[in-house]
Design a protein around this ligand. Structure first.
Ligand code: SF4
Length: 182
Protein backbone atom coordinates (compact mmCIF):
# COMPACT_ATOMS: atom_id res chain seq x y z
CA UNK A 1 0.00 0.00 0.00
CA UNK A 2 1.44 3.36 -0.94
CA UNK A 3 1.13 6.28 1.45
CA UNK A 4 1.04 9.91 0.41
CA UNK A 5 3.71 11.40 2.68
CA UNK A 6 2.27 14.89 2.20
CA UNK A 7 -1.15 13.74 3.36
CA UNK A 8 -0.73 10.60 5.50
CA UNK A 9 -3.86 8.76 6.66
CA UNK A 10 -5.11 9.36 10.18
CA UNK A 11 -4.53 6.49 12.62
CA UNK A 12 -7.30 3.93 13.24
CA UNK A 13 -6.11 3.43 16.83
CA UNK A 14 -5.44 6.01 19.53
CA UNK A 15 -3.93 5.44 22.94
CA UNK A 16 -4.71 8.38 25.23
CA UNK A 17 -3.39 8.97 28.72
CA UNK A 18 -6.64 10.03 30.36
CA UNK A 19 -4.87 10.71 33.65
CA UNK A 20 -1.31 10.89 34.88
CA UNK A 21 -2.41 10.49 38.51
CA UNK A 22 -2.04 7.15 40.27
CA UNK A 23 -2.88 5.84 43.73
CA UNK A 24 -0.04 3.27 43.73
CA UNK A 25 3.76 3.40 43.62
CA UNK A 26 4.71 0.17 41.86
CA UNK A 27 8.40 -0.67 42.01
CA UNK A 28 8.84 -0.98 38.21
CA UNK A 29 6.92 2.16 37.23
CA UNK A 30 8.09 5.67 36.41
CA UNK A 31 5.16 7.01 38.45
CA UNK A 32 6.94 5.94 41.62
CA UNK A 33 9.90 8.16 40.86
CA UNK A 34 8.12 11.42 40.16
CA UNK A 35 6.12 13.72 42.42
CA UNK A 36 2.49 12.70 43.02
CA UNK A 37 -0.06 14.16 40.58
CA UNK A 38 -3.41 15.51 41.74
CA UNK A 39 -6.31 13.58 40.20
CA UNK A 40 -8.02 16.69 38.84
CA UNK A 41 -4.84 18.38 37.66
CA UNK A 42 -3.65 15.15 36.04
CA UNK A 43 -6.84 14.34 34.13
CA UNK A 44 -7.32 14.98 30.43
CA UNK A 45 -10.15 17.46 30.08
CA UNK A 46 -13.29 16.17 28.32
CA UNK A 47 -13.24 18.99 25.75
CA UNK A 48 -9.82 17.85 24.51
CA UNK A 49 -11.00 14.24 24.38
CA UNK A 50 -14.08 15.14 22.34
CA UNK A 51 -12.00 17.28 19.97
CA UNK A 52 -9.64 14.36 19.38
CA UNK A 53 -12.58 12.04 18.78
CA UNK A 54 -14.07 14.43 16.25
CA UNK A 55 -10.72 14.96 14.53
CA UNK A 56 -10.24 11.26 13.69
CA UNK A 57 -13.45 10.11 12.00
CA UNK A 58 -12.10 6.68 10.98
CA UNK A 59 -11.09 5.74 14.50
CA UNK A 60 -11.82 2.09 15.27
CA UNK A 61 -9.96 1.44 18.54
CA UNK A 62 -9.05 3.43 21.63
CA UNK A 63 -6.94 2.60 24.67
CA UNK A 64 -7.72 5.03 27.50
CA UNK A 65 -4.54 4.63 29.48
CA UNK A 66 -0.91 5.61 29.61
CA UNK A 67 0.93 6.17 32.88
CA UNK A 68 -1.59 6.60 35.68
CA UNK A 69 -4.73 4.84 36.90
CA UNK A 70 -7.70 5.51 34.58
CA UNK A 71 -10.29 4.97 37.34
CA UNK A 72 -8.95 8.14 38.99
CA UNK A 73 -10.17 10.25 36.09
CA UNK A 74 -13.52 11.88 36.90
CA UNK A 75 -14.20 11.91 33.16
CA UNK A 76 -13.46 8.26 32.35
CA UNK A 77 -17.03 7.07 31.99
CA UNK A 78 -17.95 10.03 29.80
CA UNK A 79 -15.04 9.08 27.53
CA UNK A 80 -15.94 5.40 27.42
CA UNK A 81 -19.56 6.17 26.61
CA UNK A 82 -18.58 8.62 23.86
CA UNK A 83 -16.31 6.03 22.26
CA UNK A 84 -18.94 3.28 22.51
CA UNK A 85 -21.54 5.60 20.97
CA UNK A 86 -19.18 6.07 18.01
CA UNK A 87 -18.81 2.30 17.59
CA UNK A 88 -15.14 2.44 18.62
CA UNK A 89 -13.67 -0.59 20.38
CA UNK A 90 -12.55 0.84 23.70
CA UNK A 91 -10.88 -0.32 26.91
CA UNK A 92 -8.10 0.36 29.37
CA UNK A 93 -5.63 -1.11 31.81
CA UNK A 94 -6.34 -0.74 35.50
CA UNK A 95 -4.79 -1.74 38.81
CA UNK A 96 -8.40 -2.49 39.94
CA UNK A 97 -7.82 -1.14 43.45
CA UNK A 98 -10.61 1.41 42.89
CA UNK A 99 -12.91 -0.95 41.04
CA UNK A 100 -15.72 -0.86 43.58
CA UNK A 101 -18.97 -2.68 42.91
CA UNK A 102 -20.55 0.61 41.82
CA UNK A 103 -17.72 1.32 39.36
CA UNK A 104 -17.94 -2.25 38.08
CA UNK A 105 -21.67 -1.88 37.41
CA UNK A 106 -21.07 1.45 35.67
CA UNK A 107 -18.44 -0.14 33.45
CA UNK A 108 -20.62 -3.10 32.55
CA UNK A 109 -23.47 -0.74 31.79
CA UNK A 110 -21.21 1.40 29.60
CA UNK A 111 -20.47 -1.59 27.34
CA UNK A 112 -16.74 -1.01 27.50
CA UNK A 113 -15.11 -3.70 25.35
CA UNK A 114 -12.16 -4.79 27.43
CA UNK A 115 -10.20 -4.30 30.63
CA UNK A 116 -6.68 -5.41 31.45
CA UNK A 117 -6.16 -5.86 35.18
CA UNK A 118 -2.58 -5.80 36.42
CA UNK A 119 -1.85 -8.49 39.01
CA UNK A 120 1.86 -8.98 39.64
CA UNK A 121 1.67 -12.07 41.80
CA UNK A 122 -0.68 -14.89 42.72
CA UNK A 123 -0.64 -14.04 46.41
CA UNK A 124 -0.46 -11.05 48.71
CA UNK A 125 3.28 -11.35 49.46
CA UNK A 126 4.66 -10.88 45.97
CA UNK A 127 1.80 -8.72 44.76
CA UNK A 128 2.00 -6.17 47.57
CA UNK A 129 5.80 -6.04 47.38
CA UNK A 130 5.54 -5.05 43.70
CA UNK A 131 2.36 -2.94 43.87
CA UNK A 132 3.18 -0.64 46.76
CA UNK A 133 -0.04 0.78 48.20
CA UNK A 134 -2.30 -2.02 46.95
CA UNK A 135 -4.21 -4.63 48.95
CA UNK A 136 -4.33 -8.04 47.26
CA UNK A 137 -7.49 -9.17 49.04
CA UNK A 138 -9.26 -5.94 48.08
CA UNK A 139 -8.34 -6.32 44.39
CA UNK A 140 -9.46 -9.95 44.32
CA UNK A 141 -12.77 -8.90 45.92
CA UNK A 142 -13.12 -6.12 43.35
CA UNK A 143 -12.63 -8.58 40.52
CA UNK A 144 -15.24 -10.89 42.03
CA UNK A 145 -17.58 -7.89 42.12
CA UNK A 146 -16.89 -7.19 38.44
CA UNK A 147 -17.65 -10.79 37.51
CA UNK A 148 -20.84 -10.63 39.56
CA UNK A 149 -21.88 -7.37 37.87
CA UNK A 150 -21.25 -8.86 34.46
CA UNK A 151 -23.21 -12.02 35.25
CA UNK A 152 -26.15 -9.91 36.38
CA UNK A 153 -26.58 -8.66 32.81
CA UNK A 154 -29.38 -10.48 30.98
CA UNK A 155 -28.36 -13.30 28.63
CA UNK A 156 -27.50 -12.10 25.12
CA UNK A 157 -26.03 -8.83 26.34
CA UNK A 158 -22.63 -9.42 27.83
CA UNK A 159 -20.86 -6.10 27.49
CA UNK A 160 -17.49 -6.37 29.16
CA UNK A 161 -14.93 -9.08 28.68
CA UNK A 162 -11.28 -9.36 29.65
CA UNK A 163 -10.28 -9.82 26.01
CA UNK A 164 -13.15 -8.46 23.95
CA UNK A 165 -16.86 -7.87 23.60
CA UNK A 166 -19.25 -10.80 23.67
CA UNK A 167 -22.19 -8.55 22.86
CA UNK A 168 -23.60 -9.60 19.48
CA UNK A 169 -24.87 -6.08 18.83
CA UNK A 170 -21.30 -4.78 18.71
CA UNK A 171 -18.48 -5.62 16.36
CA UNK A 172 -16.06 -8.21 17.72
CA UNK A 173 -12.87 -6.31 18.50
CA UNK A 174 -9.38 -7.42 17.71
CA UNK A 175 -7.39 -8.23 20.84
CA UNK A 176 -6.16 -4.94 22.26
CA UNK A 177 -2.48 -4.10 22.33
CA UNK A 178 -0.67 -3.79 25.64
CA UNK A 179 -1.52 -0.41 27.09
CA UNK A 180 1.57 0.08 29.21
CA UNK A 181 1.57 0.30 32.97
CA UNK A 182 -1.71 0.06 34.77
S1 SF4 B 1 2.21 0.48 37.15
FE1 SF4 B 1 0.16 1.39 36.98
S2 SF4 B 1 -0.69 1.21 39.05
FE2 SF4 B 1 1.52 0.96 39.26
S3 SF4 B 1 2.32 3.02 39.70
FE3 SF4 B 1 2.45 2.71 37.48
S4 SF4 B 1 0.56 3.58 36.64
FE4 SF4 B 1 0.25 3.27 38.87
Amino acid sequence: MSVDIDDPPLPPHLQLEVTSACNLRCVMCLVRYRPPVNKLAGAMRPDLFHRLLAAVPALSRMTLQGLGEPLLSPYLMEMVRAAVARGITVGFNTNATLLTRGRAEELVDSRVDWLHVSLDGAGAGVYEAVREGADFARVVANLAGLVHAKRAVPAGRSPVSPRGAADPTRATPAPPPPGGPG
